[in-house]
Design a protein around this ligand. Structure first.
Ligand code: CA
Length: 681
């Protein structure tokens, strides 16, 4: 049988299977194993008492020949008795040789991933799990997403997390955590006050780049081994597969209890090691896109999975459903989503809709190498094809990102640093990439993820430092903070779904490291003391989130707000003015951003009648859902600052006439630490 050609989905060469029982089906009386391996000549089921060869004690408990069903390509075997916590592998003989492998459908594995484990999943539920509820929002645009790596969240001793939980899933479960010897909140305790609705977790499925025995290496984890298993290095015991499952659920429950949803970063586009992957060992050369005997590489990581083939597409759907149903995951961020075909992504949307339409889906609308994707450009889930995808499959708006701050890693400037030529991308992005006039690659604002920084590339703060070509930090830190604030306004006061890298709101630095995927904790860890040092910046983000929550057109998932909005740029300021029909909300809001070096009079335009008077709720200093002052149209907007104003009449109706918020929290001038000075050298 030749296996060198590229097989599209339409040219399946094997019998496929649509049952929902691949992997193991456990009862206390017996366990049934099923593996799809249509090209295998023989499959043996091997049972072990331990999860890895390095562990002592009795190991092989038994070997059983599995039976083949040619109609489905599935091999199966049943074993009597209670197999809870028994480890297993398959020994699969094909024309490519004989390989022992863990189960493609593993739900649990031993340390470092090579043996699967039968686990009675009901025994892994933490207390109260039956009452744990998904955190789902009516409109995806109601979300404010904060991207965090499990280890970065708590690995620093500034996190105040107990030593044994630092860098682990369980760090999320600690209550009332604070920076040691202070009252300043950290971790989930901090997030509860920030106002974000969702965390997006960098890979938490089992990945291969961190040795779970030593746990010393650092890695982001974009190197999947077992897609349906939580990562072992984040558990307190990577040896016993059931422990990480329980601890993962405890993390989810703690976040849900705090009112925060969980979005999982899923990396179905490639596997860690082609030859060692259970997919390749089980059905050689099936699960990956190939051309002339060569593994294609649109992921940039050595292989690309074949989402367009029946059994990998089914795997993705089964896997996603499993994370939703077993772990109560609330949404998914698809890594390199353009590696996946449109039909698959839309099918996934339809399958998740059967559970709940509010489960979020979005992804990176690009590959690492389009030339090696193995499917037609017309079939890729990229921005060009966005309109062929469901409006509830979002895409990161890299045009907006670029417009806001310039190139991700270079010293170029974007809108926040005063560039005028990037205004167009910013305007299109503020309209949720859904405006006919300014550019609409998206169907609707629900398809547009609005952001300026993520785990890849320089942090926003490091980019600001790099692009300002300044060697005198003392005199300019305030101007950097002003630029950071403008970015915050653009992310949080635009149409689309706002997304930020954890710590963007406290000037997170990775000390200029633009690709920290395997850099040490000293680069990647969240330094929680920055929440104090930059508390005024944090407060500014909090205020903007409150404004967003108070004015529903900013969260409109449809083009209604696009049509009710009016955006204008005069070479100095961008202003976006939106009318609001929602009962008991401010009737009109205008966001005005002056990115220039000069003060200028605000310019406000709308296709609707403008209010007679306005209140200012945000300026360059402060943002709040309470009025700061009456708006004076004659007064200039100071350079490098934004103004958000709302219709006075409706404001007074809702907030009362005496609602002007006295400047109650005057923050002292920023002190420059030596640490920060050193950073710039
Ligand atoms: Ca692992």
């Amino acid at each position: 049988m030749g296996t060198t050609a590229f097989y599209s989905n339409k040219e399946e060469i094997y019998s496929t299977y649509d049952g929902n029982d691949l992997g193991y089906t456990y009862t206390p009386e017996s366990t049934t194993f099923k593996v799809w391996a249509p090209s295998a000549e023989q499959v043996l089921l091997k049972l072990y008492s331990t999860g890895s060869y390095i562990e002592n004690g009795a190991q092989v408990l038994g070997i059983k020949q599995m039976l083949f069903d040619a109609a489905t390509g599935v091999w199966s075997a049943s074993i009597d008795g209670d197999l809870n916590k028994t480890y297993y592998t398959y020994v699969i003989k094909t024309e490519k040789g004989t390989h022992e492998t863990q189960d493609v459908y593993s739900k649990a594995v031993g340390v470092n991933s090579t043996r699967s484990e039968v686990v009675d999943l009901s025994s892994t539920d933490p207390e109260g799990w039956e009452n744990d509820k998904h955190m789902l929002l009516d409109r995806p645009n109601d979300a404010v997403i904060w991207e965090i790596h499990v280890r970065d969240f708590s690995s620093s001793d500034t996190s105040g997390i107990s030593k044994e939980h630092r860098g682990k899933f369980l760090a999320f479960t600690e209550q009332d955590t604070r920076i040691p010897f202070t009252s300043y909140p950290t971790c989930v305790n901090y997030l509860k006050q920030l106002g974000i609705t969702h965390v997006q977790l960098n890979p938490v499925f089992d990945f291969g780049s961190v040795n779970e025995i030593t746990g010393v290496e650092y890695n982001w984890g974009y190197d999947p081994v077992n897609y349906n298993v939580p990562e072992g290095s984040y558990s307190t015991d990577p040896y016993h597969g059931e422990v990480r499952i329980k601890e993962f659920k405890e993390m989810i429950k703690a976040l849900h209890d705090a009112g925060i949803g969980v979005i999982m970063d899923v990396v179905y586009n490639h596997v860690f090691s082609t030859a060692d992957s259970p997919f390749e060992k089980t059905v050689p050369e099936y699960y990956f896109r190939m051309q002339n005997g060569k593994f294609l590489n649109s992921s940039g990581c050595g292989n690309v999975t074949a989402s367009d083939k029946t059994m990998f597409r089914k795997f993705m759907i089964d896997s996603l459903r499993y994370w939703v149903e077993e772990y109560h995951i609330d949404g998914f961020r698809f890594d390199l989503m353009a590696c996946h075909d449109i039909e698959t992504m839309n099918m996934i949307r339809a399958e998740l809709d059967k559970i709940d339409k509010r489960i979020m889906m979005y992804g990176e609308p690009w590959t690492a190498n389009d030339g090696e994707n193995g499917i037609s450009g017309e079939d890729c889930s990229n921005k060009t094809n966005a309109k062929k995808l469901s409006s509830r499959i979002g895409m990161f708006n890299d045009d907006m990102r670029h417009g806001i701050k310039g190139g991700s890693d270079d010293d170029s400037k974007g809108f926040i640093q005063g560039s005028t030529h990037s205004a167009y991308n910013v305007i299109a992005g503020m309209m949720g990439a859904s405006s006919v006039t300014f550019g609409n690659w998206a169907n609707e604002p629900s398809q547009c993820i609005t952001y300026d920084s993520a785990h890849d590339n320089l942090t926003l703060w490091d980019k600001i430092l790099k692009s300002n070509w300044c060697d005198d930090f003392d005199t300019t830190e305030n101007s950097y903070i002003a630029q950071n604030k403008l970015a915050a306004v653009l992310i949080l006061s635009s149409l689309g779904i706002p997304f930020m890298l954890a710590g963007e709101e406290f000037a997170r630095t990775k000390h200029g490291d633009h690709n920290s995927y395997k850099s040490p904790d000293s680069i990647n860890s969240i330094n929680w003391t920055r929440t104090v040092r930059y508390s005024k910046l944090v407060d500014y983000y909090k205020g903007l989130i409150k404004i967003r929550k108070a004015f529903s057109p900013l969260r409109d998932n449809t083009t209604k707000a696009v049509n009710d909005g009016y955006i204008v740029y005069n070479g100095q300021t961008i202003s976006l003015t939106i009318k609001n029909d929602t009962e008991d909300e401010w009737k009109m809001l205008s966001v005005i951003i002056n990115n220039s070096d000069n003060p200028c009079v605000p310019q406000i335009k709308s296709q609707y009648e403008l209010p007679e008077s306005w209140y200012v709720i945000a300026d360059g200093d402060k943002a709040s859902d309470k009025a700061i002052s009456k708006f004076d149209p004659e007064k200039n907007i100071t350079p490098h600052s934004a103004l958000i104003i709302v219709d006075a009449k409706s404001y007074e109706k809702i907030n009362g006439v005496d609602a002007i918020n006295e400047a109650d929290d005057v923050v002292p001038d920023i002190q420059i630490s030596k640490e920060l000075m050193d950073l710039l050298k």
